[in-house]
Design a protein around this ligand. Sequence first.
Ligand code: 13P
Length: 302
Amino acid sequence: MRTVKEIMENARRARVVIPAFNIPYLPMVRPIVEAVVAQNAFALLEVARLEWTKFEAKSMAAVFEEFSRWSQPDHVRLHLDHIPVIDEDNQRVDYLTLIREAIALGYPSVMVDGSRLSLAENIAATRQVVDVAHPAGVVVEAELGAILGHEAGPLPPYEELFASGRGFTDVEECARFVAESGCDSLSVAIGSIHGAVSGVLKDQPKVEARLNLDHLERLHQAAGIPLVLHGGSGIKRDHLLAAVQRGITKVNVGTEIRQAYEAALRQTQDVAAAQQAVYERTTWLLRDYFVLTGNRDLINPS
Ligand code: 13P
């Protein structure tokens, strides 16, 4: 069986994107796996710490167990998303304990998010995680730059953020970060924002984000490893597809499928109907938005 690292390398070479679907509610696992298999696609399922602290994913063990029930390893693998060193509420997190727990459970891929630290501290925290993960054969995603949206409260106006490039990943820092941290993939800030996770904002549609593609290209050249785009819901489609040609290998998608699940559940009070809504949204994303039907034959052939 190919490792996540090998599949990501295949995807980077073929300029094919791997979507990573977030799981804030356990019943979302099954319809996402089924949609990916039906499209003969390859995708990751992922859970972030805030999805068990602020939503209903329960725990990383609960997600692992639910994933194992429906798992189709030729088509889907599990990833641990955002384990922050400092979280969206500015609290310190015992990230190393959580990462160790994930590795012990059998997660093949983990993320440490030191993006709220200084460059040197982010490198040190990521290196620490790499030193724990690599001997266990587990790959590590890290983050450099400020991808806003998870913090409580309103964001600065999007156009102002995008035009100023404030918080975008710096090219020289990117090269140094990859060399010194030893991470396998890197989440970069190039214009996307995370969907809100608290208050009334979490139910509202996201702004249609754009991406600075020239900046992305420079980052990809500097990094030389697969790059990751967070805040993947609702990005201007031609920007997203162009970004895949310029070095984005994995795209995280949360809000879009979470809101589909929550809206259907609110309307019907029926988990099966909410699962059907997730199935349909995931199918649309794979087939019509990312155009990934059949991508599995390219990046993880049997
Ligand atoms: P969205 O919720 O904006 O799709 O972002 C998901 C994400 O980046 C999770 O890490």
